[in-house]
Design a protein around this ligand. Structure first.
Ligand SMILES: Nc1nc2c(ncn2[C@@H]2O[C@H](COP(=O)(O)OP(=O)(O)O)[C@@H](O)[C@H]2O)c(=O)[nH]1
Ligand SMILES: [Mg+2]
Length: 389
């Protein structure tokens, strides 16, 4: 009898505990991750311009925009260690530069042909002729002088040479500290993002906003790509996800400089830390693009000095990317390079080539389409990513 009673009590306790556990797991308010924004599409949450707005008026949209179902504000991932992802991504994107170099270097006796093959491998990875020649020259000398044979030591030498080529002495910090104007007022840091269409500018601005939010900085976005409304929608969606507002025009083809100016003024009035300005990058007409970017620069600097001009380049475009770098280098006073889509190429050598071309450091790299796939660039980590395990 007693035994039966205990059995019932035990069963009852088990039922209560498991019901409580399921209830806990299902507690409402647990935030489900939002899907990444679809570039170039108009999100449902974006309202059409209101009747009270003049056509072409620059509107400051409060994020979130849909009052009925405010999107949950995401907490972006911290930045540390993101570049380590590159290793896995490179391993999946064909034969990475590092493993091909190491395959040759592990041969017993390195012949003239082997050294040629090494140089060719570097060239194929878009390192550029000058830097590739320098690396081979230096590595060859060191291997000979040090009499190095074993693969681990050769790998260590190669690592050192690659790091030297990427140049660890360059200042890769992003200037995102607010400043004090001459009249003593506080002005936000202004980051202007330029580059050819499709390279990943808007995505980069969105990801960068997340990085800054993760660091407890306040941000305003400026949608100065006024060519298509969808471009502003795309930016606004990124901002809304982390509770950052976007200053935009409701009219296609509005003056991009006016929107940029408005974004900076809004940022200044609201006392935010950083204003990120996205631009259009139609290259059909180089003179027109130069005029447009020149005007944006001039107009912004009436309100606040530019802290950074970031040139976004697609790492998969090779020589074409270098040509773009040349064109933009002439106009925009570029202070840093963002190399996107490094996840989609085994040609990481473009980092070296593009820095040489512009004399400006790669500061950020895009490692995928995910919202937190943007990493600060670090030569050591990057080379370790290239060399793999
Ligand atoms: N794989 C990959 N795709 C990227 C990266 N950055 C941007 N993209 C994609 O590139 C496409 C163009 O990006 P977008 O920001 O609209 O380019 P924009 O025209 O320069 O503003 C989009 O499909 C992005 O998701 C990256 O680092 N890796
Ligand atoms: Mg864009």
């Amino acid at each position: 009898m007693n035994d039966l009673l205990w059995l019932w009590i035990t069963l009852a306790v088990l039922v209560v505990v498991s019901v409580g556990f399921v209830g806990y797991r299902r507690r409402p308010g647990t935030r489900a991750p939002l899907p990444p924004p679809t570039p170039g599409t108009t999100p449902d949450a974006v309202e059409p311009p209101t009747a009270t707005q003049e056509p072409g008026a620059v509107a400051t949209t409060e994020a979130p925009t849909d009052l009925e179902a405010p999107p949950a504000v995401e907490v972006p991932e911290a930045v540390g260690g993101r570049l380590a992802r590159l290793r896995g991504r490179l391993a999946r994107s064909g034969s990475p530069l590092g493993s091909r170099l190491l395959a040759v270097l592990s041969r017993d006796h390195l012949t003239e042909d082997d050294w040629d093959e090494l140089e060719e491998t570097l060239l194929l990875a878009d390192v550029g002729a000058g830097p590739a020649g320098e690396l081979i020259e230096s590595l060859r000398t060191r291997v000979r002088v040090l009499g190095v044979r074993d693969p681990a030591s050769v790998r260590a030498l190669l690592r050192e040479e690659l790091i030297a080529l990427v140049d660890p002495t360059l200042d890769r910090s992003l200037a995102t500290e607010p400043r004090t104007a001459e009249d003593g007022s506080r002005v936000p840091a202004v980051v202007l993002v330029v580059g050819v269409n499709g390279t990943g500018k808007t995505t980069t601005v969105g990801k960068l906003a997340r990085v800054l939010v993760a660091e407890d900085r306040t941000v305003v976005l400026g949608a100065a790509d006024t060519f298509r409304a969808a471009a502003a929608d795309q930016l606004e969606t990124w901002g809304a996800r982390v509770g950052v507002r976007t200053v935009r025009s409701e009219r296609d083809g509005a003056d991009p400089a006016a929107v940029a100016f408005d974004a900076v003024r809004t940022g200044r009035t609201e006392g935010v830390d950083v204003v990120l300005v996205d631009t259009a990058g139609r290259l059909q007409n180089k003179a027109g693009l130069m005029d447009e970017l020149g005007k944006i620069r001039r107009v912004i600097t009436k309100e606040a000095p530019l802290s950074e001009v970031l040139l976004v380049l697609d790492a998969t475009t090779g020589q074409n990317g270098l040509n773009q770098a040349r064109v933009f280098g002439e106009i925009a006073g570029v202070t840093g390079i963002v190399l996107t889509k490094l996840d989609g190429t085994a040609k990481g050598g473009i980092v070296v080539a593009v820095q040489r071309e512009l004399g400006v450091p790669v500061k950020l790299v895009g490692l995928g389409e995910g919202p937190d796939d943007l990493a600060p660039f670090d030569p050591q980590e990057f080379v370790d990513g290239l060399l793999g395990d």
